[in-house]
Design a protein around this ligand. Structure first.
Ligand code: SF4
Length: 461
């Protein structure tokens, strides 16, 4: 009997890549491929790459070097191994990857991975296959439904891509070039996928897109749907108890989406709303298309709809031309909002983006010093936010074993990790948990029967 073929997909970067990696594995399942966590066992290794971070391309080549050694070992055992490069670096570099790393068998862009089986068949005959076109056909319509067994293994919380690409063209960002223009999936297709996930035991779905609240897919009535409408529809899918969405742009935070936060119990009270800077001058140079006041207004509207909403954000410090005063404007914006958490980075130029060519690049030391100050402010807020939960009882979706024997780890409505001593049989359940201790990165709690009146989360108090 022939040995089943195995695929190892290594995912870099954001949740959209994690989702794509799962869907690549699903696409290959009908061709007889099973997923493996061990690259050395694999017949096919796919590197699903990310272009966002600094030196992304060089990191991909060093990863290819590591996989090459495994390919050589497999060949010595008489077992051919194929290497594919997928994702945003594949999209940006195309055939250059094969030119620089001849060991790679195929390069597949972000919009083309539904064609993997056919590409693999060509690569098996010795062809070096590159497919990075932005095809006319809808990739999502071509993908097989999520595999039931694989979904079970992946857990009770799942990502679903509803939108891809971006039309905003922030001057620091490669996404509009690597992922192309905004495209939204039809509502019916998303509902069918979420129903399938629910049948396989998923309880929480996070809708993802580079600009998710610009979602405008065709509704079940044939009319374009907003993200708010889509969330209302998905809240009716049996067994889906929790909905989240990320990543949003402040300009697309429309009234319909804001009011969904006040109406839907399933919509979790946590919004990731990147601002990047608190200075209007820098926001204009970034081409963010919103002002500081516009951002704060979006936060206020959301809080009016759902007072316990917790916020996170993304920040870039040291953008070209950023002065000390601009940076202070960012610090005061952080004070004004009060975040539950945030991601912050030093600006680093991405080749091909307008900001890479701008005058006024900020010296590295200054950027590092500003980053430290910003991160200290965010950490203070995060600690204050978490401290507000001591003694409170929260709904926690228990997802998987924790670090200690007998422990499970789950997520609060506010996306905090919560460690709780609980039997493994509760995995996948939403349990009432009383918070007993506040850690630096997670909360600790005990199972409880208590009910807890809704309280305001003390974001940034
Ligand atoms: S809105 Fe987000 S994805 Fe789009 S260009 Fe700006 S940073 Fe990039």
């Amino acid at each position: 009997m022939s040995r089943p073929r195995k695929v190892h997909v290594k995912s870099f970067g954001c949740q959209m890549n994690v989702y794509d990696s799962h869907r690549m594995a699903d696409t290959l399942a009908p061709a007889g491929y099973r997923e493996t966590a061990q690259p050395e066992d694999a017949d096919l290794v796919i590197l699903n790459t990310c272009h966002i971070r600094e030196k992304a391309v060089e990191k991909v080549y060093s990863e290819i070097g590591r996989i090459r050694a495994l390919k050589d070992q497999a060949a010595a055992q008489g077992r051919p191994m194929m290497i594919a490069v997928a994702g945003c670096v594949a999209q940006a570099e195309g055939r250059e990857i094969i030119r620089r790393a001849g060991v790679v068998d195929l390069v597949v862009g972000s919009q083309n991975y539904h064609r993997l089986p056919e590409m693999l068949a060509r690569a098996a005959k010795g062809e070096k296959v590159v497919d990075t076109d932005f095809p006319v056909e809808d990739k999502f319509a071509q993908l097989p439904a999520p595999q039931r067994e694989a979904t079970r293994r992946r857990g009770v919380s799942s990502f679903v891509t509803v939108q891809e690409g971006c039309d905003k063209f922030c001057t620091f960002c490669v996404v509009p070039y690597t992922r192309g223009a905004e495209v939204s999936r039809p509502v019916a297709q998303i509902v069918a996928e979420v129903e399938r996930l629910a049948e396989a035991g998923v309880r929480e779905v996070t809708l993802i897109g580079q600009n998710v609240n610009a979602y405008h897919g065709e509704g079940e009535d044939g009319v374009p749907s907003s993200l708010g409408k889509l969330l209302r529809r998905l809240a009716r899918v049996p067994s889906i108890d929790r909905l989240r969405y990320t990543t949003s742009h402040p300009c697309d935070m429309d009234d319909d989406l804001v009011s969904a936060h006040g109406e839907l119990d399933a919509l979790m009270p946590y919004v990731h709303l990147p601002v990047q800077s608190g200075s209007d001058r820098v926001l204009a140079a970034m081409n963010r298309k919103h002002t500081r006041a516009g951002y704060l207004e979006a936060i206020a509207r959301l809080r009016a709809a759902r007072p316990d909403l917790a916020f996170s954000s993304d920040f870039i410090v040291g953008f070209p031309g950023e002065t000390e005063q601009d940076f202070r404007d960012t610090l005061t914006l952080v004070d004004d909002v009060g975040y539950a958490s945030a991601f912050s980075f030093m600006y680093s130029p991405r080749p091909g983006t307008p900001a890479a060519e701008m005058d006024g690049q900020v010296p590295q030391q200054e950027k590092a010093e500003r980053l430290q100050r910003l991160q200290a402010a965010i950490t203070r807020q995060q600690r204050a936010f978490n401290a507000g939960f001591a003694g409170r009882t929260l709904d926690v979706l228990l997802e998987k074993p924790g670090k200690l024997p007998g422990q499970l780890v789950g997520r609060s409505p506010y996306l905090q990790a919560v460690q709780v001593m609980a039997p493994a049989s509760l995995t996948g359940e939403i349990a009432r948990v009383t918070v007993t201790e506040i850690g630096s990165n997670s909360l600790f709690g005990a199972l409880s029967d208590e009910t807890d009146a809704p309280q305001l989360a003390a974001a940034g108090a």
